[in-house]
Design a protein around this ligand. Structure first.
Ligand SMILES: [Zn+2]
Length: 251
């Protein structure tokens, strides 16, 4: 029935075109005009001993003292998390821009000759540009057999996150339902795919709606296979796109 309906609609619009009627306006994407900061987690050079001093910087995040940044995990075949996050973010940037969004990234390269930026500066970037949303893109390094995506949302830290707890939770719920409805495998080890964190520096420093998405587990064979292929990376970007579409269609 549905196919017939679409065919009929196509025939009708073809007829309109033939008769010179104006083409129907495209419905506006919920992403049109939104300013989105994508944060590809880590940086290849974070593991470069040359930058040990920069990596050793620390800051109080409202609950604990945390470091500038970390190296991230990797698949058994050696794909670094920094590279996976970077590739997905670049794909997603193109998709969001095609839908009319304005997009910035928190880092400009994926290179062994670059470090950071520190997680507090990534959040500072979102605050400075007044992003409508910030999404940090990561992959987990959990036990084999643990697989699927989950989302970290900011928990309540007095004096730090009162402003972002509610919008962050709304963004997290939209990402979870939008991604899962689009086919992203749900985490089988994080309940309801939601982890509320009072201890994630990037979330605590943010003044805009923000979440961290752990797209899958790099230490799991099934997730790793998808993460290592170009088609899989594109698929992750499409799932994130679906989550952001869900969020902005509601706000
Ligand atoms: Zn990570």
């Amino acid at each position: 029935m549905r196919v017939v309906g679409i065919a009929a609609a196509l025939a009708a619009s073809a007829a309109l075109l033939l008769h010179g009627a104006p083409a129907q306006a495209q419905p506006e994407s919920p992403l049109e005009g939104r300013l989105i900061l994508l944060d590809p987690g880590h940086q290849l050079g974070n593991a470069n001993p040359r930058f040990a001093k920069q990596m050793a910087q620390t800051k109080w995040n409202g609950t604990t003292v945390k470091g500038c940044n970390t190296t991230g995990t990797a698949t058994a075949n050696g794909l670094p998390e920094a590279t996976f996050n970077w590739r997905v973010a670049k794909q997603l940037k193109g998709m969001l821009e095609a839908a009319g969004a304005r997009v910035e990234l928190t880092r400009k390269t994926n290179s062994r000759e670059a470090w950071g930026p520190c997680v507090w500066d990534r959040a500072g970037h979102a605050n400075r540009i007044g992003a409508d949303a910030m999404v940090s893109i990561h992959a987990d390094g959990s036990s084999s057999g643990n697989r699927g995506f989950f989302v970290l949302a900011p928990g309540l830290v007095k004096g730090w996150t009162e402003d972002v707890v509610r919008p962050g939770r709304r963004l997290a719920r939209a990402m979870i339902s939008g991604m899962a409805d689009a086919g992203a495998p749900r985490s089988n080890y994080i309940r309801d795919q939601l982890m509320v964190s009072t201890n994630t520096t990037g979330l605590n420093f943010s003044d805009v709606p923000t979440v961290t998405v752990e797209l899958g587990n790099m230490r799991d064979r099934v997730d790793a296979r998808r993460m290592e292929s170009a088609a899989g990376q594109r698929q992750y970007a499409q799932w994130l796109l679906a989550g952001l579409e869900r969020y902005f269609s509601r706000s």
